[in-house]
Design a protein around this ligand. Structure first.
Ligand code: T4K
Length: 390
């Protein structure tokens, strides 16, 4: 029988020789990308909705299981312009446990974020707390499928229907996520995906909106291209948020890689879960039944009382072993100076999550032995209360 992780923790584990970061972007074979580059060099169409743009948009429409997709040069601009296209300017109920891009997009779109606490299990906006925050100025709910874990889409839609609100999802982490085999983009009025380099599927920088209301497509085409219609007329104050042909080429090739990368991550997550479940005070974030997720992050919750170290002490201890997990998402959005006024600390579950969650290194190329070593380091730090390092 293999010795248990905990019996092996008397010896100080050796630090990694080179840093182990939270992620390492996936790339397609360079020859395939070069072939696209040659085509672009030959055609001299570099941006403004060229053939690669059309191809990627079509491919994504099929993969995301939606009627329409529009591409953008990053997820943040996609979200801002999506909100603009939906005409949302009032209050929007959203989560504080997210990347700053979520509430910032609301402000840039001219709306007001109203922060709602999260469900402690799913870490997504808690539908049971939304209704209490609805006022005559409320226009929408902006949920975030944090770490690719879906929001309670049915409960959110029921509230939206009752109060005639729009529903927008920030699915920056949720590429390929499905609920009971239904693609995540099927829910709500609009879904944003980020295609940043650190994501399962990426275009280096980029993002898209997926939506079923085809009328929004024309408005979005204008909003991301200065508001220019038919080459000359300017019909609204749009931005420049177009995805260029090189980004689209990366996307076309990355679509062939994302599924493979996700498969590679499955045994890695399994290994983490198997080893970390032996450690008291460390809980792996699990998915609800029926959900298949993006395998974007490997998140753990650190219970200081049981583990013996706080999340921050664990992070510091791992850093000393040359391992660099990330505190996604700390600080809480409601603690940013710009949003402090927007909440009266009614978000205890989100605050706990921001203080306890840690995302461990997780990407297809990380070796299973490295995961075993990281788990051993965590066990060692907990058992020795980090004495050696802290
Ligand atoms: N909504 C949500 C919920 C989001 O999480 C995000 C973005 C957005 C909206 C906005 O979408 P975009 O506008 O970004 O499309 C990273 C990403 O930059 C950001 O896209 C992502 N969320 C966020 C959760 O993570 P940082 O500040 O942590 O990135 P950075 O540069 O520290 O990179 C993380 C690690 O990855 C580093 O340890 C190094 C490694 N790395 C990174 C890059 C960029 C590489 O090895 N190579 C690279 O090229 O935000």
């Amino acid at each position: 029988m293999q010795p248990s992780l905990l019996t092996k923790t008397k010896m100080t584990p050796a630090p990694f020789a080179s840093p182990i970061l939270i992620t390492r972007p996936t790339l397609p074979p360079i020859e395939r990308f070069e072939a696209h580059l040659k085509e672009v060099w030959f055609n001299r169409v570099l941006t403004n909705q060229g053939s690669k743009h059309r191809q990627l948009e079509n491919n994504l429409t099929t993969i995301l299981g939606t009627r329409n997709v529009r591409l953008f040069n990053n997820g943040t601009l996609a979200l801002i312009l999506g909100l603009k296209a939906l005409g949302i300017r009032g209050e929007v109920i959203t989560t504080p446990f997210t990347f700053p891009a979520t509430p910032h997009s609301l402000v840039w779109a001219g709306a007001t974020p109203v922060f709602c606490d999260i469900d402690p299990m799913s870490l997504c906006i808690d539908p049971n707390r939304i209704e209490a925050l609805i006022t005559p100025r409320t226009e929408a709910i902006l949920g975030v499928h944090v770490y690719g874990i879906p929001c309670d889409v049915e409960a959110i839609q029921a509230i939206a229907n009752k109060y005639s609100l729009k529903v927008i999802y920030d699915a920056a982490h949720a590429f390929l996520t499905e609920i009971d085999d239904i693609p995540i983009a099927s829910f709500g009025d609009m879904t944003m995906f980020s295609f940043h380099a650190t994501k399962l599927f990426h275009t280096i920088e980029g993002g898209c909106l997926a939506f079923n209301n085809t009328e929004l497509g024309e408005i979005l085409n204008l909003l991301k291209n200065f508001g220019i219609k038919d080459g000359e007329a300017v019909v609204m104050p749009g931005l420049n948020a177009k995805m260029n042909e090189i980004q689209c080429a990366m996307g076309i090739e990355m679509l062939k890689e994302a599924g493979v990368e996700r498969e590679r991550r499955k045994p890695l997550r399994k290994k983490y879960v198997e080893l970390l479940s032996e450690i008291e005070g460390i809980d792996c974030i699990v998915l609800p039944d029926g959900v298949s997720d993006s395998l974007q992050y490997m998140a753990i919750r650190v219970d200081e009382n049981k583990f013996g170290l706080s999340r921050d002490q664990l992070q510091e201890g791992l850093n000393n072993f040359n391992v660099f997990p990330r505190r996604y998402f700390f600080p809480l959005c409601t603690d940013y100076e710009c949003y402090k006024e927007a909440v009266n600390d009614g978000v205890p579950a989100a605050r706990r999550a921001a203080n306890q969650l840690l995302c461990l290194p997780f990407y297809g190329e990380i070796e299973i032995e490295a995961i075993a070593r990281i788990a051993e380091m965590i066990a060692y730090l907990g058992k020795n209360k980090g004495d050696h390092f802290l």
